[in-house]
Ligand binder design. Structure first.
Ligand code: ADP
Ligand code: MG
Length: 372
């Protein structure tokens, strides 16, 4: 069985510790948290074009929180909120595009909180099969169902004393949502097939790349659960809206790649800045990992031609424009795209879902719906 949903969160190896938060400081959920969030709008802030007078504003100084470093205004705002929320046990929901850094930031929140010495357990709601989700989340007793040969502690229990990170929470099956809500409200869980309830001391954080409000309106996500999770909301901005962070991110990622020595010249910075980064920091990380392979041995200059950027800047849809798609039912286009992707990945659903930019559980649904 895949244990992807129970794995420790991915984290950059750099560790620049800043003792911003007192380990003793731990409070309850407070009314001020709601004021400090942009709760009404789930989406990453859409920044308006800066006024001409601001365009040449001096760069913000670089600031750090845990191993996060940033200088762009949207990220500095995120770090400010993180710093406040790290001192409380408030439930935080992170929204933002895939690859923007939600996992990384959720981990930093844990590391800088009073729970840092406790576990950080990731439950990836999109990577667990619907029929196993309940026992993976809440655990099961021996013999609870066919195949339950031994008792199993769920993610909630394993997170006792620490933080439970519900990743891609929008993918959680609808029928499991009331049970999650009950566990969140009571901080007690009963394993599948179990008789007793266990008290769990856990801080919950969640993340989603979906518009959960739209899912609530469409009846795909329970409204009560949405409000239970989105007590404090942090919108993680896409990389294209925080280009001022690029030099620092590039430095850190090259360092992680063991190429601290590489010099990034102005032309390379300009090429990086011009790219739209649909895959956000994950894409940047991949581009740099590939680029270092092209640097000539014996030299230490990262040149623009080393960057294998997948699409020309601001031209990400031009190849699609050439196709006669007008008037085609969207479902037909989707069906063909899924069939072709499954063929390209030799039927590997994990890889196909990644290429299509959807969760595996969503891919399963679509394969079933389209009879593929
Ligand atoms: N601030 C950052 N510094 C270094 N690496 C980062 C940062 N943000 C994201 N990454 C890297 O980018 C990739 C995607 O980040 P992740 O947190 O998984 O994004 P998301 O959960 O929003 O899809 C990961 O490999 C992560 O290590
Ligand atoms: Mg993630």
């Amino acid at each position: 069985m895949e244990l992807a949903n129970t794995a420790e969160g991915e984290r950059p190896s750099r560790t620049i510790q800043v003792g911003v938060v007192s380990k003793e400081a731990r409070g309850g959920e407070t009314a001020t948290c709601e004021q400090a969030t942009n709760r009404g709008s789930w989406a990453p802030p859409r920044l308006q074009a800066p006024a001409p007078s601001l365009r040449k504003r001096p760069l913000e100084p670089i600031r750090s929180f845990g191993h996060l470093r940033a200088r762009s205004r949207p990220m500095l705002e995120v770090m400010d909120m993180l710093q406040r929320f790290a001192q409380t046990d408030v439930t935080v929901a992170f929204f933002g595009e895939t690859g923007a850094g939600k996992d990384v930031i959720a981990h930093v929140l844990h590391e800088q909180s009073a729970r840092a010495d406790g576990p950080f357990v990731v439950f990836d709601c999109g990577a667990v099969a619907a029929n196993l989700a309940e026992s993976e989340l809440l655990g099961h007793e021996r013999g609870a169902f066919t195949g339950a040969v031994s008792a199993h502690a769920g993610a909630f229990e394993r997170a006792h004393g620490g933080t439970l990170f519900l990743d891609e929470v929008g993918e959680l099956p609808l029928d499991l949502q009331p049970r999650l809500l009950r566990a969140l409200e009571s901080r007690k869980v009963r394993r599948v097939g179990g008789k007793t309830e266990r008290h769990i001391d856990v801080r919950v954080v969640a993340a989603s790349n979906r518009d959960l409000r739209a899912d609530v309106s469409a009846g795909k996500f329970r409204e009560d659960l949405f409000f239970r999770l989105a007590v404090a909301v942090i919108s993680v901005p896409p990389l294209r809206e925080r280009l001022d962070d690029l030099p620092e991110l590039v430095r850190g990622l090259l360092n992680d790649l063991g190429r601290k020595d590489l010099q990034v010249n102005d032309a390379t910075h300009a090429a990086l800045k011009a790219h739209p980064w649909p895959g956000n920091v994950r894409e940047l990380k991949n581009v740099l990992a590939c680029a270092v392979a092209f640097v000539d041995p014996g030299t230490n200059a990262l040149e623009p031609h080393h960057l294998k950027l997948l699409r020309p800047a601001n031209d990400e849809e031009s190849w699609l424009e050439g196709l006669p798609l007008g008037g085609q039912a969207l479902e037909r286009i989707e069906r063909v795209a899924i069939r072709q992707t499954m063929a390209q990945t030799d039927g590997n659903k994990m890889n196909a879902a990644r290429a299509l930019g959807i969760a595996v559980s969503t891919l399963y649904e679509k394969l079933k719906r389209y009879g593929l």
